[in-house]
Design a protein around this ligand. Sequence first.
Ligand SMILES: Nc1ncnc2c1ncn2[C@@H]1O[C@H](COP(=O)(O)OP(=O)(O)OP(=O)(O)O)[C@@H](O)[C@H]1O
Ligand SMILES: [Mg+2]
Length: 279
Amino acid sequence: MNPAPPISVASLACRGVTFSYAPNTQPVLNEVSAEFPAGTITAVVGPNGAGKSTLLRALLGLVRPQRGEATWPEPTPGQNVADMPAGVRAGRLVYIPQRLSPAFGFTVRELVEMGRHAAGAGPDSGAIARAMEHARVGELAARSFDELSVGQQQRVGLARALAQLDAIEGPAALLADEPAAAMDPLEATHALTTLLSVARAGRAVVVVLHDLSQVLAFCERSLLLDARGRVAAMGPTPEVLTPRALESLLGLPFDPASVGGRVVTLVARVRAGGTESAP
Ligand SMILES: Nc1ncnc2c1ncn2[C@@H]1O[C@H](COP(=O)(O)OP(=O)(O)OP(=O)(O)O)[C@@H](O)[C@H]1O
Ligand SMILES: [Mg+2]
């Protein structure tokens, strides 16, 4: 992996974002400030319910924080994404949601074409074919999305995102919510390698991941979100993803596992019937 590029001004960012789904309830996001530089993949890691998906929705302008804001650097620096019309956002911010909705019989090719339309671009069969090939769904093109396996459906989500990104000429960010969670190790590796090449093409990439080996292999920066929706740490992954930080975040002891002197994953110390620290 190349060293992380310096923080660029062309970053998706959020400042002091506090968000609750309902009045008088505990905030799901608590004073979250973060920067997601162009050209970099940033992992978002945290326990179930920490607010990772909600953070992505706030960065996409799909929910409006009660305090603070998510910002995009153009056309006006510090532009509040929640104030950008949906069509303008779709020409800059690309989303792979955690759960893809039922597609009412649309084929894979039709769904991938929708990515292009979202970015305001006209039909281009070459671009659609390229996106499907990169996401390894070419053979599924004529199949109905609803009939695919979950891992195959996730590849379609990636293909649609690639088609949308391909149609965006200026700065863009890709926000992917557990995009490979149902994929087998080979497909997950392909998908994350593709996200890395999206970052290397100058896009900001934000990806929610639970698999720590994937975070270590693909993400130069990490944001740890704790159970109360606060930033527990943010920075270069090797500095942030430590056994101590993970134990505090996830409530389990972790051991680093190295290959050739490089930490490739962190292994939770569990045993059948509970954790090591259980009575
Ligand atoms: N639409 C909603 N309305 C009300 N509460 C919600 C809604 N979506 C999420 N929540 C709540 O907000 C909190 C954060 O949810 P979120 O989906 O952001 O967590 P997450 O970190 O993505 O979890 P996971 O790892 O399970 O995907 C949870 O307590 C959840 O119950
Ligand atoms: Mg989630």
